[in-house]
Design a protein around this ligand. Structure first.
Ligand code: AMP
Length: 404
């Protein structure tokens, strides 16, 4: 038997770059070894990495690869491991796959049949799914001995009731896959697993999690299971985001088509890339830049963002029949003191009372002792969630495989 230490790689493959993290399975944990990204996949690929101690550079930062695309990414990753983790061997890759359709409610080990099923979801997520699957295909062809596990952004929400998932369209649309799927599920699942150690009421009660990053959504959970979420058929629904518009009256799209001379691709660009904080402010999609700006449009973009969060919070509290806790997470949720304070003040009618000093001090619990609703700030870790799933799927497969 090999005495090499096993490594699980977590990969999030996009259109031109690929993010990765490496973990070493230990008896009760997964130890983060290194992470980074491979950029410019189709032009001049290079790998930038950091070790477990943050941005430290004793791990090499640059690897040129001879090939292009996802093949180059696989080569670069394997070369990075070979050079810098000489006593380690890659045993599995956990992939973030945006869409698991109505079929996959949990992660799955990928084989040819699963890959074919996942390809059928490409029309449901054309901007992400093809890139997620491209790397899976390359690995299957070139390193078939590596276990590959697909972990879905949609899976966590499959616990939602039928009335929550359905649109008010003729029923044959649901049969064609037009449903509210919900996204950011790996983040919500991570938070659900973290909550018991943070607060018993938040873990077992009616909790709304606000995942406010470049992409943004909110999820209503009862005892850690998804009951409703702001994202629907695609990841453009719900809250305004960095560059996505969120909820939009479908009449606006018809107006764009009929009267503004826009076609489907122009509308896609509008709603995914030119709207949200960027479009509203005309300045930036980055909350830090907007908070630092005294331009009235920057302030208005933040006002609209917070107004929409407040409305969704009311809607999700209604879906839960009350509210016991709210949890802020992701880049804006974890870092913007001002935004958390304003969202909580607007939610006073729901029984939320924020402790401004605790909020400023970066504490985990930022509600007052008297607040009816507990307010927490909990950092998310989607990569670790994928690594946990990958390990669990590997162990389950090993347990069910007949001994030789
Ligand atoms: P994510 O997609 O989770 O990495 O989040 C990215 C968003 O978090 C961007 O809009 C950033 O401006 C925002 N962000 C990160 N740090 C801060 C901060 N200290 N204050 C406000 N927003 C922040």
């Amino acid at each position: 038997m090999s005495d090499l230490t096993q490594v699980i790689a977590v990969i999030n493959a996009g259109s031109s770059s690929l993010k990765f993290s490496l973990y070493e399975p230990q008896p009760d944990a997964l130890r983060f070894l290194a992470g980074g990204q491979i950029e410019a996949l189709f032009t001049a690929p290079r790998l930038i990495a950091h070790g477990a101690d943050g941005g430290h550079v004793d791990l090499p930062v640059r690897t040129e690869a001879a090939t292009l695309g996802h093949e180059a990414a696989l080569d670069a990753l394997i070369e990075f491991l070979r050079v810098h983790f000489t006593h380690h061997t890659l045993v599995a890759i956990g992939h973030r796959v945006v869409h698991g359709g109505a079929r996959y409610a949990r992660p799955v080990r990928v084989d040819a049949e699963v890959l074919a099923a996942l390809e059928r979801f490409i029309p449901l997520a054309p901007l992400h799914q093809p890139h997620n699957l491209a790397l899976i295909r390359v690995v299957a062809a070139r390193r078939p001995e590596l276990a590959q596990v697909a972990c879905f952004d949609t899976a966590f929400h499959r616990s939602q009731a039928r009335v929550t998932q359905a649109f008010a369209l003729p029923h044959e649309f649901a049969e064609r896959g037009v449903l509210r799927y919900g996204f950011h599920g790996l983040s919500y699942e991570y938070i659900a697993q973290a909550l018991p150690a943070c607060d018993a009421k938040a873990a077992t009660g009616r909790t709304v999690v606000l995942h406010l990053g470049n992409g943004a959504s909110m999820c209503a959970m009862r005892a850690g299971r998804s009951v409703a979420s702001t994202m629907g058929f695609t990841a453009v629904d719900g809250l305004p985001m960095g560059t996505r518009c969120g909820n939009l009256d479908p009449g606006v799209l018809l107006f764009c088509l009929d009267h503004l001379g826009m076609d489907a691709r122009a509308i896609e660009k509008l709603v995914y890339q030119q709207s949200g904080l960027l479009g509203m402010s005309g300045i930036s999609s980055d909350m830090r830049t907007l908070e630092a700006s005294d331009d009235p449009r920057a302030r208005e973009a933040i006002d609209i963002y917070i107004h929409r969060i407040g409305r969704e919070l009311g809607s999700l509290a209604a879906a839960l029949g009350g509210l016991d806790a709210i949890v802020f997470t992701a880049g804006i949720g974890q870092n913007s003191v001002a935004l958390r304070e304003r969202v909580c003040r607007d939610a006073a009618w729901l029984g939320v009372a924020i402790d401004p000093a605790a909020n400023r001090a970066g504490e985990q619990r930022i509600s007052t002792a008297a607040s009816r609703v507990t307010v927490l700030v909990v950092p998310t870790d989607e990569e670790l969630m994928i690594a946990r799933h990958t390990r669990a799927v590997l162990e389950a497969t090993a347990a069910t495989r007949p001994s030789p």
